[in-house]
Design a protein around this ligand. Structure first.
Ligand code: ATP
Ligand code: MG
Ligand code: MG
Ligand code: MG
Length: 460
């Protein structure tokens, strides 16, 4: 079953306008990436622009949650359900239908179209939301409707603006498969898999006061990768047809099958390749700040995992064709931009492969001396000279349950920024001289960079 199509057709048949995925870069300076289906409808929900003629819509939105308020980068490879880039299916009502219909539609889609077994479904609602409780109990055993507080079941756009309780649908993947303490409903484990969030926007918040909206709205979001995994009967998104071919291709290139210890690396590479490729297809390149730096960080994390698997030269661009086979039919940009994407990935990988070995040596040497806090000086040198973004070093330390001495790192970072700024104040000539001084100083204190690396300006 093509679930994406099934979903959009389902809501189209209920009168919804089918809207295309908006770009990953939103027209909103407060947001790093589009991280939910509702982002493109924000101004309609706030009332800044009037609702369209058809007040109901549906979409399949490409989302990135890496950086900003929603950051799932640290979850990827550790949970069975998080990706940096994923597809969010959604249906929206701009002051049209509300709770009654939103719940009825969700239930119909899940139990009829997806035909998920009812005895595996659970629902959460906000503790105050008796209205939702009374609707849900028409469909599901009341004992399977759980109430939670604001943290889990209240949604707000910000300190001001529309907000309201939400209700989430979970799928129980079985205690026999996930037996840890965390695996209770509302916990952080993967046993109760959250599949769909229904947001009931019924208040307007201003100065901490919530007043009922005259025309409440609906915003929902369902993770496509999670639903596909359930339908395919696998317990981990990375074992589904969305990711498995990528994981297999990594194994083929590495000439190594994953083991319990190494499978996380294969999954991170598969996940990150998707994010990096889509960003490139939409013109987000690799760079030193902002979104391009997020892209660089994601690619370098993947390369580091490749390094762990034994890769010593660029390999990620070889995965792009497999990704296109999986997603290129729907996302034609990927197909059209294929050679550009491969070329950019290859160049960036090559850049990092030049310094990664020296950086890993420095890292491992320092690790031996580390008890609790990893040296801020070394973390800074890794960043500055070897192109290891701070979060990459942190990720490597996480496996050892260690942390970076952030205070020292920040001090060095700020000092360098101040120096660079001072150096760039004067005319062009002075600037280049200043820049040269910064470089000299950097390489002057550097013990680990060999001859061939000294000509290589910081990768950052
Ligand atoms: P979780 O608790 O699992 O992190 P969430 O509560 O942060 O999910 P929502 O913000 O409610 O997620 O987003 C709506 C839906 O989008 C979720 O129910 C889930 O199906 C999907 N989703 C959210 N984050 C991710 C992600 N990083 N990767 C894949 N799917 C996701
Ligand atoms: Mg989350
Ligand atoms: Mg959640
Ligand atoms: Mg949620």
């Amino acid at each position: 079953m093509d679930i994406r199509k099934e979903y959009l057709d389902f809501f189209k048949n209920k009168g919804h306008e089918v809207i295309s995925s908006m770009p990953l870069v939103p027209d909103d300076p407060t947001l790093l990436f589009t991280n939910a289906g509702m982002v493109q409808f924000k101004d309609i929900f706030t009332g800044a622009i009037p609702a369209p003629k058809n007040p109901t819509a549906t979409s399949c939105q490409l989302c990135i949650r890496a950086g900003g308020k929603h950051n799932d980068l640290e979850n990827v490879g550790y949970t069975a359900r998080h990706h940096t880039l994923f597809e969010m299916l959604g249906n929206f009502s701009f002051g049209d239908y509300f709770k009654e219909d939103a719940i009825a539609y969700a239930w119909e889609f899940i139990t009829v179209n997806l035909a998920l077994p009812i005895d595996k479904l659970w629902v959460t609602i906000h503790e105050s939301d008796d209205e939702a409780f009374n609707i849900w109990k028409k469909y599901i055993e009341p004992s399977r409707i759980k109430r939670f507080g604001d943290k889990d079941n209240f949604w707000a756009m910000g300190d001001t603006g529309p907000c309201g309780p939400c209700s989430e649908i979970f799928y129980d993947q079985g205690v026999e498969n996930f037996g840890s303490d965390e695996d209770y409903l509302g916990g952080e484990g993967d046993r109760f898999l959250e599949i769909w969030n229904l947001v009931f926007m019924q208040y307007e918040q201003s100065n901490g006061v919530r007043t009922p909206l005259p025309k409440p709205s609906i915003d929902t979001g369902m993770g496509l990768e999670r639903v596909i995994a359930i339908k395919e009967g696998v317990l981990n998104n990375f074992d589904s047809s969305n990711f498995k071919p990528l994981v297999n291709e990594v194994a083929k290139l590495a000439k190594k099958q994953p083991t319990k210890e190494t499978i996380g690396s294969y999954r991170v590479i598969a996940d990150h390749l998707r994010a990096v490729s889509f960003m490139l297809s939409q013109g987000i390149l690799f760079g030193n700040e902002g979104r391009p730096y997020v892209n660089r960080r994601i690619l370098r994390r993947a390369v580091r995992h490749g390094y762990l698997l034994g890769f010593r030269e660029a390999f990620m661009s070889k995965l792009v064709d497999v990704l296109i086979k999986i997603m290129g039919e729907h996302y034609t940009d990927l197909k059209e931009q294929a050679s550009f994407i491969k070329e950019q990935i290859m160049l960036e990988e090559e850049r990092f492969f030049k310094t990664i070995a020296s950086g890993m040596t420095l890292f491992n040497e320092e690790l031996i001396n580390t008890k609790k806090l990893f040296s801020g000086e070394v973390a800074f040198k890794l960043y500055d000279t070897y192109g290891f973004p701070l979060d990459l070093t942190e990720d490597m330390l996480r496996e050892k349950d260690l942390k970076v001495d952030i205070e020292t790192f920040d001090k060095l970072m700020n000092a360098q920024k101040a120096k660079a700024k001072a150096a760039w104040k004067g005319s062009g000539d002075e600037a280049s001289e200043g820049d040269f001084k910064v470089l000299l100083e950097k390489y002057g204190v550097n013990e680990f960079v060999g001859y061939e690396n000294t000509s290589y300006k910081s990768t950052i």
